[in-house]
Write a protein that binds this ligand. Structure first.
Ligand SMILES: *[C@@H]1O[C@H](CO)[C@@H](O)[C@H](O)[C@H]1NC(C)=O
Ligand SMILES: *[C@@H]1O[C@H](CO)[C@@H](O)[C@H](O)[C@H]1NC(C)=O
Length: 396
């Protein structure tokens, strides 16, 4: 009897051992074996795409490995439609560099693009978009390409981006669009404060996206949150320079999915144009914003620490009636303090057709040059409790 038991135990041990060792021998695809050159000069786009194709062709979990060095990459789409592999990790120990001539990728919309992938993790690495010449071109009002977003995920599920740095993107640094379950941890985005349109991260039409322990310095929004975003969690993030964390712009379209259940927690804003902002065009729309929590935020010399702006309409063009159709409700601001760089530290400029409802202020303390700051309310309803400075101007 015990002999049979021992045999079974031994068998179990052997099976477990082989199972584990087959996992340990996870297939590894080194881009250099596909011809990629770490010299920053040889176009390695095809090598990266070949490594991806090989990893995709296998159903076994795979790692695509990018050793140290600089790899020149043109516009590349990593498509998942015919990918058999449910778990591909791209481990980057090097830097991927965009072509120095911005025209090469400037009209393609995206530089590194993932489309319809599932279970992809990008670990480590630096992405250098080399955007400076394009920004200068845009500034000189010459005829310039729009620019490419550095890293985009479209219509993808179960994504992890961990420990990635993105610098000097031509346009947005990271885009998450039409995705479910994305976890971004330890992200570092940096571009100068005067670089146009270089948003750190834009999330749109996506659900269950988490961003933690990350740092954004840009010339536009640190994080921007577009229509159709729900269950978004942002925690322990530093923003600056930049335009803050923004929900919007919304209401560009007449038919537009809403934004709901967004948490921004434990964030610091340093020298930014805004802290937490909700921004909608003064245009008709069926969109909405609800169930938003802004909590434990520190503002350091921020121009508009707390702002809802439903009158967005640059140059007063394309805004018939100048009224926003977006319905804003249930927004809580809790434990927010620090300094405002302008006298109005708290501004709620809501739609006259659909006033903001259910705004809650709790424990807010914002000062301006060691004097009391001010608040401003238009069509904004809600309540305040604990200390709120400047005093709340919300209608009850
Ligand atoms: C663009 O022009 C503005 C205004 O002249 C200037 O302040 C800014 O620094 C310029 N940005 C870049 C990237 O050159
Ligand atoms: C709100 O989103 C968080 C994730 O950010 C999720 O854990 C929570 O269940 C969501 N709440 C509702 C009511 O959907």
């Amino acid at each position: 009897m015990s002999g049979a038991l021992n045999f079974l135990l031994a068998l179990h041990f052997l099976l477990t051992f082989f199972h584990c060792s087959s996992l340990a021998a996870m297939a590894k695809y080194n881009v250099q074996n596909f011809g990629a050159k770490p010299n920053g000069k040889t176009d390695s786009t095809k090598s990266f795409l070949s490594a991806w194709a090989s990893a995709c062709a296998s159903a076994q979990p795979a790692t695509i490995y990018v050793p140290p060095g600089r790899y020149l990459l043109g516009a590349a789409t990593f498509a998942g439609q015919s990918c058999k592999n449910p778990a591909i990790t791209i481990r980057i120990d090097g830097t991927l560099v965009a072509p120095s001539n911005y025209n090469v990728i400037g009209n393609s919309g995206n530089w590194i693009k993932f489309e319809r992938v599932t279970g992809v993790s990008v670990i480590g690495g630096t992405l250098d978009g080399q955007g400076a010449k394009l920004w200068a071109c845009k500034n000189s009002s010459k005829n310039c390409p729009k620019g490419a977003k550095t890293l985009s995920f479209y219509n993808s599920n179960n994504i992890i981006i961990n420990g990635l740095s993105s610098i000097n993107s031509q346009k947005f640094h990271i885009l998450v669009y039409g995705c479910q379950n994305a976890k971004l941890v330890g992200i570092k985005v940096s571009a100068p404060g005067n670089s146009p349109n270089t948003d750190g991260l834009h999330v749109q039409k996506s659900t269950r996206v988490t961003i933690m322990n990350s740092k954004f310095g840009t010339g536009d929004d640190c994080v921007s949150i577009g229509p159709g975003t729900s269950n978004l969690w942002i925690e322990n993030v530093a923003c600056g320079p930049g335009h803050g964390i923004s929900i919007g712009s919304l209401a560009w379209e007449l038919q537009e999915p809403g934004v709901q259940n967004v948490t921004v927690k434990s964030a610091t804003f340093t020298g930014t144009q805004n802290g937490v902002r909700v921004k909608t065009w003064a245009r008709p729309s069926n969109g909405f914003v609800k169930y938003i929590l802004f909590q434990h935020l520190v503002m350091v010399n921020v121009k508009n620490p707390i702002i809802i702006d439903q009158n967005y309409c640059p140059h007063h063009k394309n805004c018939p009636d100048q009224v926003s159709g977006v319905k804003i409700s249930d927004i809580t601001y809790q434990d927010i303090h620090g300094s405002s760089a302008t006298k109005i530290a708290m501004k709620f400029d809501c739609s006259k057709k659909y006033p903001c409802n259910g705004i809650t202020l709790k424990d807010v303390n914002l000062i301006y040059k060691n004097e009391p700051a001010q608040s401003s309310c238009i069509n904004a309803y809600g309540k305040s409790s604990s200390l709120v400075r400047p005093n709340s101007c919300l209608y009850n």
